[in-house]
Design a protein around this ligand. Structure first.
Ligand code: 16G
Length: 237
């Protein structure tokens, strides 16, 4: 099979970066990459976009592309799962102390998930790890009719993979990101000192038909995560 040109360039640049380019080093300009690798601007841009998605580089408008800080996971506006975030950085996602309980939705949860109060909900609590290192505390509530009775995190470690497989793939989410500090219990689970800073990300996720599939609260170590968001000025006439 023919490997597309952008994929070849992506893998060459990937090797170069992983071979030891320090964080925040500038990559050659688009023009230099075109000349060095004998490819079009479109190919260069496609390769760079993929490297941004991989979390290996970041772009600064007008200044170019730079090597990302490998110790940090930079989230973008794409809807991704924890497993995808970690795998794209060539680490192995995992969970420790995972628990699954079936509860009844209280009024608040019912209104978030747009189900009846008292309806069955599956509650998952996990410490998410990357190569065994705790990164995030995750609490997720999923409408009971989405997950079958025999659903188990042991056999299905990625909730989003499971939702994909049953045709309820997460498509769009509303997120709120807040700064917070970790209490003693949370800090111990994440293996950092108590009162360490964290980012609390609340997500309400819907499938392609606009039906809610989860309400999730993820607590990320602030030293390991950041969010990059492109904002655009609105011109009022
Ligand atoms: C991420 C999501 C969370 C989702 C989980 C699924 C954010 C802010 N949160 O933690 O909503 O439930 O991934 O991950 O990204 P999984 O497919 O690996 O189980």
């Amino acid at each position: 099979m023919n490997v597309p040109k952008y994929a070849q360039l992506r893998s060459e640049l990937q090797q170069l970066i992983l071979a030891g380019m320090p964080a925040h080093t500038a990559l050659p300009s688009e023009r230099d990459l075109m000349t060095t690798y004998g490819v079009s601007r479109m190919t260069v841009r496609e390769a760079l976009t993929r490297l941004v998605d991989d979390g290996l580089i970041y772009r600064v408008h007008g200044a170019g592309s730079f090597v990302a800080d490998a110790a940090k996971i930079t989230k973008s506006l794409t809807l991704t799962s924890f497993s995808e975030d970690i795998r794209s950085r060539r680490m192995e996602p995992g969970s420790i102390s995972a628990s699954l309980t079936r509860v009844e939705a209280d009024v608040n949860l019912a209104s978030i998930l747009r189900i009846s109060p008292g309806a069955a909900v599956v509650h998952l609590e996990r410490v998410r790890t990357a190569d065994g290192v705790p990164m995030c505390l995750e609490r997720v509530w999923i409408p009971g009719d989405v997950l079958p009775e025999d659903f188990s995190l042991d056999t299905t470690p990625s909730v989003y993979d499971y939702l994909d497989s049953i045709g309820r793939a997460p498509e769009i989410a509303t997120q709120t990101i807040q700064a917070t500090v970790l209490d003693a219990v949370q800090a111990a689970l994440l293996d950092v000192p108590a009162q360490s800073p964290a980012m609390s990300v609340t997500r309400v996720t819907a499938d392609g038909e606009g039906r809610e599939v989860e309400f999730a609260i993820s607590l990320y170590r602030a030293d390991r995560y950041d969010y990059r968001i492109t904002v655009k000025r609105e011109r009022h006439r």
